[in-house]
Design a binder for this molecule. Sequence first.
Ligand code: AMP
Length: 480
Amino acid sequence: MDFKDYHLKEGLLKALELLEYTKPTKVQEAVLPSILEGKDIIVKSQTGSGKTAAFAIPICEKINWEENKVQALVLTPTRELAMQVGEDFFNIGRFERMKIVSLYGKAPFHIQQKALKQKTHIVVGTPGRVLDHLKRGSLEATGINMLVIDETDEMLRMGFIKQVEEIIAFLPEEKQTLLFSATIAPDIEELCSKYMAHPKMIEIKNQKLTADKVCEACYEVGEKEKLQVFMDLMVVERPESCMIFANTKEQVENVYEMLKAHHYPVQRLHGGMEQKDRFAIMSDFRKGRFRYLVATDVAARGIDIDHITHVVNIDVPENKENYVHRIGRTGRGGRSGKSMLLVTEREKFFLKEIENYIGHMIPMCEKPKHEEVAAHQEDFTAKMETPMENVTLKGEKLSQDILKLHINAGKKTKMRPVDIVGTLCNLKGMSAADIGIINIQDISTFVEILNNKGESVYEQLQKTPIKGRLRKVSKVDINR
Ligand code: AMP
């Protein structure tokens, strides 16, 4: 199959091409037609299978751009995932001018409220904050005809079931429900039978629970030598980019402090941190601004960064499924990766559980020898001091022909999308198809100019009035 076979809108095909999604993945092939037909579906599929695009593409296809109400709601268990799924939608729907708002806790409510006041087609969010917006009336539910519950097993494990049910009660009866989960336990079946209409079950079978491209290794360590063995392994391995998982935020802080003291380019991420710091760290890690990220399982699910070469479990996860999610952070985007697990006597029980679950033994390896570490120390130090090579971000190619402009006028001066469109369409060489997303704020307006016409528009707007007056127009760095 080819994406063209689904008769998708031009703008979607263009975005998929620029994202280098040349062919649909297995899950996309299995799921796309059913979603396009309007069926309720339950999809059992693993992380990294391309499942976000499997629902994002058909949802963008089905959205009616003219309609001013939110039409699709996507629920995710973590804020990072809400942000990432929102970005995937933004990339896929960019040339169709899809407006997406991400809603999550620990971020200012009023800013989200303002965003929702503008034309919004798709909302992606965590259950608590979505429910808040529904209750306070800032998220209008009457137009929502597509609901996605993503990573449902994790959502229920985190205790979100009550909120998910409360959210469903706000939504119109008549809607399409799509449920994605890595495992389908009885509680999920119950949720499905309660809220879905004759759902079609789609299972994407993987031969192995862990990706083939990830090479796994296990090291037996004493409790007190864990960190030393970890650092020795890093000297020997010299990862390009590494995620280190610990079971508690206290342990994350310990490991982080220690690595910092050893001059590692390191950051950390856990649920006890401010949301804006969590996002900033995730964003910097994605851009390759530091090599090592120590995290709890908040970062284990779905986080999609191509260049992670190593995952280290400094603690054995107590939840066997989390092992699969953690190591799935590497070996992405067609690359290979390495996963290492440090196990103490006390943790052997969990290791057994994991091995039963994944269906194979994790090879037990010898700890690096002193001489081996010493032999690589110099190379390791040199690598630590070298910044990472430039990392290309997923949406970057998409932005190549787009220039975002800032216009110094907004709602307070009664600027409306029609004023912007009217002016732009009258410029030399411009048509409506060259105008991307328009975002009008209180005293500012942002507009994306597509198809390489940005520079010319920018020049012309220096001398062309908008709504009767010459406005200050400047360029915005999209990849900031
Ligand atoms: P997900 O399972 O949604 O986390 O996606 C895993 C990765 O696959 C992401 O990096 C996507 O950008 C990528 N991806 C999704 N669909 C395709 C496709 N058709 N071709 C190539 N890569 C894809």
